[in-house]
Design a protein around this ligand. Sequence first.
Ligand code: 13P
Ligand code: SF4
Length: 358
Amino acid sequence: MGSTVATATRLAPAKSFGLTDPKPGTALPFSWSPALKLEMAPLYERVKHVITPMEWPHYAPLIKSINALKAERKAVILAHNYMTPEIFHCVADFRGDSLQLAKEAARTSAKVIVQAGVHFMAETSKLLSPEKTVLIPDLRAGCSLASSITADDVKMLREAYPGVPIVTYVNTSAAVKAECDITCTSSNAVKVVESLGAPRVLCIPDQYLAKWVQSQTKVEVIAWKGACEVHERFTGDELAMIRANDPDVQIIAHPECPPDVIAASDFTDSTAHMIDYVRKHRPKRVVLVTECSMADNVQAELPDVEFMRPCNLCPHMKRITLPKILDSLLNMKEEVVVDPAIAAKARRAVERMIYLRS
Ligand code: 13P
Ligand code: SF4
């Protein structure tokens, strides 16, 4: 993945757990009781439309334990829009799409960042906060786009397209970012491509994002062959069927979807902009053509909107769970460390995007 991983060498005691030598599998310091139910009632209020009263006694002690330990470790949890609601609404300090999380990573004063998302997001946080400890609760939380291209592939593209700038989606390893001119996210891909002032730009690694960008700009966009294993499974035919049965439904798609899916949609943009669209337009019924948890998270906030759910799960995002976040904070693992030579070059590409003028 272009970075090395080390377990933090010195573990501070977890006082809220009454521990001086925390170990994986330690019993929780809080258990379900009438007092805990009362204390956690305001948090349950936030998620009551998407978490049943039967599930809550399982989550509440974990949430209380994580929030106590998080304060003790001076940690923040950055949660992507695809996290499940008990993570997204109950333990996260900052929530958002890839761009928003990268910006939070750059400005937080916390000592520890727990990335409730996938590995490339944790690496991006580490690039922007090299002095902080960045933890990912499950090291296997990868991404099919990040694994579709290597640094050597980018070097080969440089030779094949001399002088053509290379924009990489943030869904790549630090080693790939280090070989590129600038990063982009789905929130700013068109702006980034146009900012380069070049007639031709390589836009890697997502072929569908590149096609969508091409449809929005006069710059010639050259694509790589990668795809998101979650979004490429949607089809224009399934959306046409939904529309035929319900002509008033709003269909909103992520730009990682294939072109026929985007053509069948009313609006296409990043996860954050998809959420903003629902907040602003309050459609009666909506399909979010993306990862399943996002509809749950917006449903918790907007119970009057009906979400139809032809959604797909991201197996990488779903590796992040409350017990793993607790274990991560308790045992300060897995720490993401990027090779300094790679980090210096990759950071330039990410910072060039972050500080792009609007
Ligand atoms: P966003 O930046 O739109 O949140 O997308 C990240 C991602 O991985 C979508 O699959
Ligand atoms: Fe990667 Fe797709 Fe999962 Fe996003 S949804 S992390 S792009 S595999």
